[in-house]
Design a binder for this molecule. Sequence first.
Ligand code: FAD
Ligand code: FES
Length: 280
Amino acid sequence: MLSETKIDKNLYAPQIGTLSRVCNLTEKEKLFEVKLNNGKELGHQPGQFVEVSVFGIGEAPISISSSPTKKGSFELGIRAVGNVTNAIHKLKEGDTVGIRGPFGNGFPVDELKGRDILFVAAGIGYFPLRSLMNYVLDKRDSFGEVTVFCGTKRACDRLMPDECNQLSCRSDVRFHETVDVGDDSWKGNVGLITTLFQKNIKFNPAKTTAIIVGPPVMYKFAIAAAQKVGIPDKEIILSLERKMKCGVAKCGHCQMNNIYVCKEGPVFRYNEIKNIREAL
Ligand SMILES: Cc1cc2nc3c(=O)[nH]c(=O)nc-3n(C[C@H](O)[C@H](O)[C@H](O)COP(=O)(O)OP(=O)(O)OC[C@H]3O[C@@H](n4cnc5c(N)ncnc54)[C@H](O)[C@@H]3O)c2cc1C
Ligand code: FES
């Protein structure tokens, strides 16, 4: 006789959220503020993600971009690349979406307390890192030196220039930004994000954790640059993007060897994954 398989339906049933604010950031990216219709907090950790659904179209995993210290709503920064993300971009304030999660492990916030932190945010890697960055800034006294490296392809791709300008004015943050290719509108650094490591900024390797998020192609170079300033592999933290479907370690879409990235990740210390060929 077949035994009954029990499925936790709550894993697959989305909560309904309303878009309370939609901001155009660039040609391809928008920031969405979402309030859950049941009035509850999402209850996430920085670095976790949600599965966002547009009814009748489908679902996509999206990192939570706001800090859990922001109450009443949460934010998602989304690049329009395909079916679901283009459909989300067509939505307006007041429209509803489905939200499953928060899922994944998130950044090891407690282990970061007291440490110097180097954020390396490339392209839309800024969105997931922003959740932790804002958390750290809201609890600034709990952390050591904070350094932010931020990079985009062109000046017009800068996701949140006002926020970056504010960061650059803070005396308790060392903020450095670059664009790969300059133009007349851009007076700052030009070069890949890894060139910021050559700016003679002093790090205390024994106290520093580097948190790197960006497109897959950049990881190898950013990791090498962090290693070169003496940061050990265990203190290099990455968030991996994998094709995901269920988000809850059931379908196998995100699997890397015996690791379900959606559940045991997407955040990993480099020493945990450096010997897995398909990781980076
Ligand atoms: C944990 C996690 C967090 C993410 N956070 C964000 C975020 O904060 N903001 C954001 O804009 N995007 C994020 N993404 C990527 C986002 O999930 C994909 O862009 C989205 O699923 C594409 O769905 P679609 O239906 O719009 O595109 P599709 O029509 O499915 O595909 C369009 C193109 O995107 C590629 N693609 C599809 N799914 C993925 C995927 N999961 N990863 C990479 N490429 C994909 C396809 O190969 C195709 O080339 C995240 C992905 C993961 C796994
Ligand atoms: S996305 Fe289904 S197992 Fe990870």
